[in-house]
Design a protein around this ligand. Sequence first.
Ligand SMILES: [Ca+2]
Length: 244
Amino acid sequence: MLLLRAVLLFLILPSHAENIPTEDPGVPILLPKGTCAGWMAGIPGHPGHNGTPGRDGRDGSPGEKGEKGDAGLVGPKGETGETGVTGAEGPRGFPGIPGRKGEPGEGAYVYRSAFSVGLENRVTVPNVPIRFTKIFYNQQNHYDGTTGKFHCNIPGLYYFSYHITVYMKDVKVSLFKNDKAMLFTYDQYQDKNVDQASGSVLLHLEVGDQVWLQVYGDGDHNGLYADNVNDSTFTGFLLYYDTN
Ligand SMILES: [Ca+2]
């Protein structure tokens, strides 16, 4: 401020007023004699008004780099990727525990063959198959009650037996296989008595073979008998079937 006031005073004063001290404006200025007699210095004026604001300064230099900010929010889940390539086959595992025993199969039925029949009428005619018409068992129908013959449907070893009640006459019976007598039984009847005759045999049969009982001989040997308290029976069944 003092400097500004000094500059203004300097501009106002005439050019000859040189060598005026400016160190202290509050002190009366002593002018040289003979230049302006009787002039007296006035009092200093009031300070001027503030000037208009200056122009904006230039941009400053960039500041120092700030600290690293916090991590952002987690983004949405991406789409499922494609299926990968199938891996190599693993090593062979240990043997498992043995399974439970299975149920019997139905196929065993084809290897069943059995019959058991009885006499219902007295035999009157010799040299023909005896017809046993009282059926105890004939589920496979391999025995034919109309002819008295057993028909082999399964090749294998068969067991046959017969138990004959003998009454009033002697009995001569044979077990036939395809028109050939295989087994003979002869029982002589004793008066006022009831006798029994029996026989059994194992025979190997092929499919188509036939087995039956028949009275043999030319005489009157057909004393086979049956009633409510006496049976005469004929039985046969497959013991072993051929596996080959
Ligand atoms: Ca006897």
